[in-house]
Design a protein around this ligand. Structure first.
Ligand SMILES: C[S@@+](CC[C@H](N)C(=O)[O-])C[C@H]1O[C@@H](n2cnc3c(N)ncnc32)[C@H](O)[C@@H]1O
Length: 214
């Protein structure tokens, strides 16, 4: 989904940082071997995540939705040298693939994988986070927000992916089995109105919201 003309998209990528070699490999292997490779953040959004993480300099990062580990490695680029990144995914089949790439990076020892439902795992993490990336099941975005907001340090950042959902957030009628679109519409409304955060929704890729805890 392109929200801006394709030529402008290409120009934007051309004038942004190149995709690191390891991430190019991860991207390729995900496309060759793993179902639904579209889920991977990809070159441009990956560089955005890396840049935001470097600006924040987090000691603790939480990622909800690891998939093949692409965005975890981008976010890890900004980690404090003594920091940790906790990443959660319910698909246990991806564990080894993720670890292989984490261990090839210089952040392997700082990345902690958690397998299972994020709604069960997050309450067990007795940590305060500086940066959270929400990129798992869209139906639970509001639930994730509610359970992480008290675990976020003041000034901490929540990044929420796919908040434009290919533009479907403009829809007013939904298919019976489409739970994601109304959930994202509600989530975007919640972020805009919650006085504990200030929020900007960026039309990057499928929509990326930055919320900063006040
Ligand atoms: C869009 S992908 C994540 C992409 C990854 N952040 C990236 O940019 O490369 C979403 C992932 O969330 C995981 N997921 C879905 N529901 C989940 C849940 N309830 N708890 C934990 N992980 C979940 C899926 O298994 C999938 O790997």
């Amino acid at each position: 989904m392109h929200f801006i003309p394709e030529e402008i998209d290409e120009y934007v990528i051309k004038h942004s940082e190149d995709e690191p070699e390891l991430l190019q490999q991860l991207n390729r292997e995900t496309h060759q071997k793993i179902l639904q490779p579209r889920m991977l953040s990809g070159h441009f959004q990956g560089r955005v995540l890396s840049m935001i993480s470097k600006l924040v300099g987090p000691k603790q990062i939480l990622e909800i939705g690891t998939y093949t580990g692409y965005s975890a490695l981008c976010l890890a680029e900004g980690l404090d040298p003594k920091g940790e990144l906790h990443t959660i995914d319910s698909n246990e089949e991806l564990f080894k693939f993720q670890r292989k790439y984490f261990d090839q990076s210089k952040y392997g020892h700082q990345i902690i994988q958690h397998m299972g439902d994020a709604l069960d795992i997050i309450p067990q993490l007795h940590l305060k986070f500086d940066l959270v990336f929400i990129d798992a099941d869209k139906e639970n975005y509001s639930n994730y927000f509610n359970i992480i907001i008290d675990k976020l340090n003041t000034g901490g950042i929540i990044l929420s992916d796919n908040v434009l959902w290919s533009g479907k957030v403009l829809d007013t009628k939904f298919k019976k089995d489409d739970l994601a679109t109304p959930a994202l519409i509600e989530y975007n409304r919640i972020l805009k109105n919650d006085k504990r955060v200030e929020t900007v929704l960026l039309p990057i890729r499928d929509g990326l919201t930055i919320s900063r805890k006040l």
